[in-house]
Design a protein around this ligand. Structure first.
Ligand SMILES: Nc1ncnc2c1ncn2[C@@H]1O[C@H](COP(=O)(O)OP(=O)(O)O)[C@@H](O)[C@H]1O
Ligand SMILES: O=C(O)C1=C[C@@H](OP(=O)(O)O)[C@@H](O)[C@H](O)C1
Length: 284
């Protein structure tokens, strides 16, 4: 029984670590998952291009999805392999993209075509089970699954708003990695009043301004330099540290982003261009 699906990476509008309310937007970077189900009594995971990466998230996603969509004589085991354009633990929602793609690929292997939000909640449950998240990251997971920009309550796994956006996007991804599970949650709690302001802006549809305020607050709270954002601000609609970092994302028009790219190209790491996506994850 074979299944295949693709889900999207995302950038941050509001980091949920402070208040539980979060917001993210899907970008044109994809993670693909291929699932084979059998009666081997165990699920094994593999992440293309890595040797010692943590495969527990995708293995747990297969287990939960088989339980949910498999019925009475469900297969007892299988394998899952992901291939991803989304850099791991760089703030661009690699975990949400991997979980969503794996849940949908498992459903595909079982000939199911689940409701996308329900499938997304299953990936969030898997992320909580294996401890790769602080709040469950329903904000990131819903943007990755549905496309567009979402605003969510991560304590209740509820959607507060969803919109379509069409921005060019510039991303700076330094070499370092920052696992969400290691983030300093207490420092994030200190900027709760700023996070509330960001949520108000986002719920008003002022996503790009919300992002910029978020970036200043959370780069300070999490100990990242605000310099890349300050350089970008005169030329873009919005710019923020993405998630718990280290990537920084800027959105706006192409000419403004060109000007910022010249500056960010001088930094170590990778500066790359993409766009927002409004179509979300798909079974293939
Ligand atoms: N392509 C992938 N395949 C399987 N698991 C992945 C993949 N990418 C990320 N993960 C899981 O997500 C974890 C990183 O999550 P996190 O620190 O939240 O980073 P991000 O901000 O990129 O989501 C990894 O340790 C791994 O468990
Ligand atoms: O683990 C979590 O609960 C979260 C992690 C952060 O994202 P990253 O995983 O991109 O760092 C943050 O932006 C999100 O709102 C919630």
């Amino acid at each position: 029984m074979h299944g295949h699906a693709v889900a999207l990476g995302a950038g941050t509008v509001l980091n949920a670590l402070s208040t539980g309310t979060g917001s993210a937007f899907a970008i044109d970077a994809e993670t693909a998952a291929t699932v084979e189900l059998d009666d081997s009594d165990a699920v094994t995971g593999e992440i293309a291009g890595t040797v010692d990466a943590d495969t527990r998230l995708i293995e747990r996603c297969v287990e939960l999805a088989v339980e949910r969509y498999g019925g009475g004589d469900a297969p007892s085991g299988g394998s899952v392999r992901t291939e991803s354009d989304v850099p791991m633990a760089a703030g661009l929602k690699s975990s949400s993209a991997a979980a969503n793609a794996t849940v949908l690929a498992t459903a595909d292997a079982l000939d199911a075509d689940p409701d996308r939000l329900e499938a997304c909640r299953l990936g969030v449950e898997a992320a909580r089970d294996v401890g790769v998240t602080v709040t469950g990251a329903f904000d990131d997971a819903s943007a990755s699954m549905l496309g567009g920009v979402t605003v969510t309550d991560n304590d209740a796994d509820e959607m507060l708003a969803r919109d379509e956006v069409s921005w060019d996007v510039l991303v700076w991804t330094p070499e370092e990695r920052a696992y969400s599970a290691d983030a300093d949650v207490e420092r994030c709690a200190n900027v709760a009043s700023m996070a509330e302001l960001v949520a108000d802006l986002a719920l008003d549809g002022r996503y790009a301004e919300a992002m910029t305020v978020n970036g200043l607050a959370f780069s300070a709270a999490l100990g990242f330099s605000p310099d890349p954002a300050i350089e970008a601000m005169p030329h873009v609609a919005g710019v923020s540290l993405s998630g718990t970092g280290p990537s920084v994302v800027a959105v706006g028009d192409s000419e403004g982003l060109d000007r910022v790219q010249v500056r960010w190209d001088e930094r170590s790491g990778r500066t790359w261009r993409t766009t927002t996506r409004n179509d979300g994850a798909r079974i293939q």
